[in-house]
Design a protein around this ligand. Structure first.
Ligand SMILES: [Fe+2]
Length: 378
């Protein structure tokens, strides 16, 4: 009999509400959760640009006293995380309202863990090390459309001392509530729209062909591919268009709903060493890998490649149309332009083989397969 653990499950712990202007109802949402002492976590530029203002005004209208921390100003390191923990009395908060991109929301999830259970964030690194669901609730209000952190089960931190990233993964740390409001994403510059949207497109695509895919995750993945691929270029060119922003945001959250439940694949396994070696943005790394990895996986996934290209709105020449879209988005650079050297190959191959995101890939690559994929990206 098949081990129950090996049968893909579909869990969705976060309460997801979507709508234009929803950020300005944050106070009402906190009231429903019974929270009165929130921390609002964001970054300096979002605060100074006024992006956070609808949230703060809403808390004020609800007579909720809040504290603002705008310290998540770069991709979070363990040191940055520790410095935020040191400056706040986390036990004094009953909720964290995270207004920002994936970095802000990831840090919020980590702070909820430390504020609820104590200890150091390294104590929780790995899979499901939580003693329970954190008592501090997280309300995530994304200002980008890409990482899906608003509903995901992960925290990613850069461990500078060990020159690597580490992950805290548990369904218990999924945000309590995700409020997706496209008006919060209009300030996103073109390049971030392109990279974060590409990341979401890769989440959906890798999820759809993953060994961990289930009927429900496939449904979310295909719809996400459709929304993202058909609207990403226009959203980059027309950032003020709320219809396009809305489609990208729904697509990104749906993409992570699928990916969280089926895990990723080779694009994400490759991205770890590529980003570390060449200081490449994550969305760029997974985007440049996508066509090559899809072609590699094609023999193992039946008609799923055709279904992906149909969802993208492409015809018979899907691979060249996908390449064209990625070029248009500016995420299709060659590895050679990023500083690739042949002597890096053993590291790239080894770290990709060791990645927890490799096993769900539909084909089981050998080290030689990975080297061949990398060479096609040079
Ligand atoms: Fe990603």
């Amino acid at each position: 009999m098949t081990d129950l653990e090996s049968i893909p499950a579909f869990d969705f712990p976060t309460s997801w509400r979507h709508g234009r202007g929803l950020a300005s109802r944050s106070g009402e949402m906190l009231g429903r959760l019974g929270c009165r002492r929130p921390l609002v976590l964001t970054d300096e530029s979002l605060l100074s640009l006024g992006v956070v203002e609808p949230v703060l005004a809403s808390l004020g209208e609800a007579a909720i006293a809040y504290t603002v921390c705008d310290a998540v100003n770069y991709e979070p390191t363990v040191d940055l995380f520790d410095s935020i923990v040191a400056r706040l009395d986390l036990k004094g908060f009953d909720a964290i309202v995270a207004v920002g991109g994936g970095s802000v929301i990831d840090v919020a999830k980590g702070l909820a863990v430390i504020g609820s259970f104590g200890g150091h964030i390294r104590d929780y690194a790995g899979f499901d090390k939580m003693p329970g669901v954190p008592s501090i609730k997280v309300v995530a209000i994304p200002t980008t459309s890409g990482t899906g952190s608003e509903i995901s089960d992960g925290v990613v931190l850069i461990d500078e001392a060990r020159q690597t990233k580490f992950l805290v993964i548990s369904h218990k740390i999924c945000p309590t509530v995700a409020l997706t409001d496209p008006t919060m994403t209009v300030s996103m510059p073109r390049q971030i729209t392109a990279r974060s949207g590409t990341d979401a497109l890769v989440h959906a695509t890798e999820s759809y062909i993953s060994k961990g895919a289930s009927p429900a995750s496939e449904l979310f993945a295909l719809r996400a591919i459709e929304l993202l691929a058909r609207n990403i270029a226009a959203a980059c060119d027309n950032g003020e268009d709320l219809d396009l922003r809305e489609k990208m945001q729904i697509g990104a959250t749906m993409a992570m709903t699928a990916a969280m439940n089926s895990k990723a694949g080779l694009c994400h396994a490759l991205a770890m060493p590529l980003c570390a070696l060449y200081h490449m943005p994550h969305g760029q790394a997974v985007g440049m890998a996508l066509p090559v990895v899809l072609a590699y996986n094609a023999p193992a996934v039946g008609d799923k490649i055709d279904r992906i290209f149909q969802a993208m709105g492409f015809g018979d020449d899907g691979f060249s149309q996908l390449e064209g879209l990625l070029t248009q988005l500016g995420v299709s650079a060659r590895l050679a332009d990023s500083g690739f050297q042949e002597e890096h190959m053993p590291t790239i191959v080894q770290e990709t083989m060791n990645s927890a995101q490799r096993p769900p890939n539909p084909r089981e690559p050998t080290p030689e397969d990975i080297a061949a994929i990398v060479r096609r990206m040079v």
